[in-house]
Design a protein around this ligand. Structure first.
Ligand code: ASP
Length: 342
């Protein structure tokens, strides 16, 4: 009789355990996946295998690896997530492969105007620049705004002047010229039907913004994003990349995120903050929250793009609704993983 009772209660406990576990599969857990790590992207878009030569594909993988290694070696030595994010992004900004820094796309006027943002998840401090034209590494300007000014966002000539005062590396706007991006501008201009068209509507358009998010050994999260924006942009257009809550967000209570895609949608849907909010208010996992925003909310309105993210427990998620997204991550002392296609 007693034995029967024990068996029955054990069964009940087991049923309760499995029920709770099933119900919480999309719910946040406290289990640590990694003590530290970094996740990066080099843009999402119509990236198809048939359009990418083997050598170019190799070049993307190796640049992503280089960026991951740079950020990871900082984290491994006990450095901050902020330093790791900056190091990874600067490597991609200095490469003509990506639409940021050296490889930035052209505006309708044939110039390059760059945007970047940075957020520190431990303090919720943030900094951003929009439309800078002479800052070699816009991510350094975003960080300077965060750490050395009373403001969150500076734009245009004022942001250029601030960068000079902060003694950041500056260059002539012609530094950003690359033949490939200039040709893209000519191509879209030639195909324009009169109305202002962004290259997102163009078949061979590839986004190419860069971003990084990291968790350091002290449990601090940080994220940053840098971009040339969208080819053929006009009138000082600024996208989501330098907008905190849209293109970038970090909060030690939830996660760190950097987005890439059609900026107008990412601004309207406050994408980066929405993912964090779903985790905070609905207790969703990083993966479930990111999928909800990228593969449900944005898909419904044809907002194309993706994001990379890492949470406070070292979980990584990289959802995107385009054909491809240059991306990768490196956790603890495990090897770097990089990907391009679905
Ligand atoms: N989100 C960027 C923008 O709209 C573009 C991109 O991610 O490639 O400016």
């Amino acid at each position: 009789m007693k034995k029967n009772l024990i068996a029955q209660s054990t069964l009940l406990i087991l049923i309760a355990f499995f029920t709770i576990n099933c119900n919480t599969s999309t719910q946040n857990s406290t289990t640590k996946n990694a003590e530290f790590g970094i996740v990066i992207h080099g843009g999402a878009g119509t990236i198809l295998k048939e359009n990418l030569s083997d050598s170019l594909e190799k070049a993307y993988h190796s640049k992503l690896q280089e960026a991951l290694n740079a950020g990871h070696s900082i984290l491994e030595k006990g450095g901050t997530s902020i330093d790791a994010v900056q190091a990874a992004i600067m490597i991609m900004e200095n490469s003509p492969l990506f639409n940021a820094g050296k490889g930035a796309v052209f505006t309708n006027a044939g110039t390059n105007e760059l945007d970047a943002s940075f957020m520190d998840g431990s303090t919720l401090n943030a900094g951003a620049v929009g439309g800078v034209t002479i800052v070699k590494n816009p991510i350094t300007a975003a960080r300077a705004v965060m750490e050395k000014s009373d403001h969150v966002m500076l734009s245009g000539e004022g942001a250029n002047q601030f960068a000079i005062l902060q003694k950041l590396d500056t260059v002539d706007n012609s530094y950003f010229y690359t033949e490939r991006r200039f040709k893209s501008l000519q191509k879209i201009k030639n195909s324009e039907t009169g109305s202002s068209k962004l290259l997102s509507e163009h078949n061979d358009y590839k986004f190419g913004t860069v971003g990084a998010a990291a968790l350091d050994k002290s449990g601090n999260l940080a994220a940053g994003t840098s971009t040339g924006g969208m080819t053929n942009k006009k009138y000082g257009r600024i996208g989501d990349s330098p907008i905190i809550g849209a293109g970038t967000y970090a909060n030690n209570a939830t996660c760190a995120i950097s987005c890439t895609g059609h900026g107008e949608f990412f601004i309207r849907y406050a994408v980066a903050h929405d993912v964090s909010a779903l985790m905070e208010y609905k207790n969703m996992t990083l993966e479930a929250a990111g999928n909800e925003v990228i593969n449900n909310k944005l898909v419904k309105v044809e907002g194309s793009g993706g994001l990379i993210s890492i949470d406070k427990n070292g979980n990584v998620s990289m959802p995107f609704n385009t054909a491809g997204m240059y991306r990768g991550y490196m956790l603890d002392n495990k090897e770097a993983k990089t990907f391009i296609f679905k």
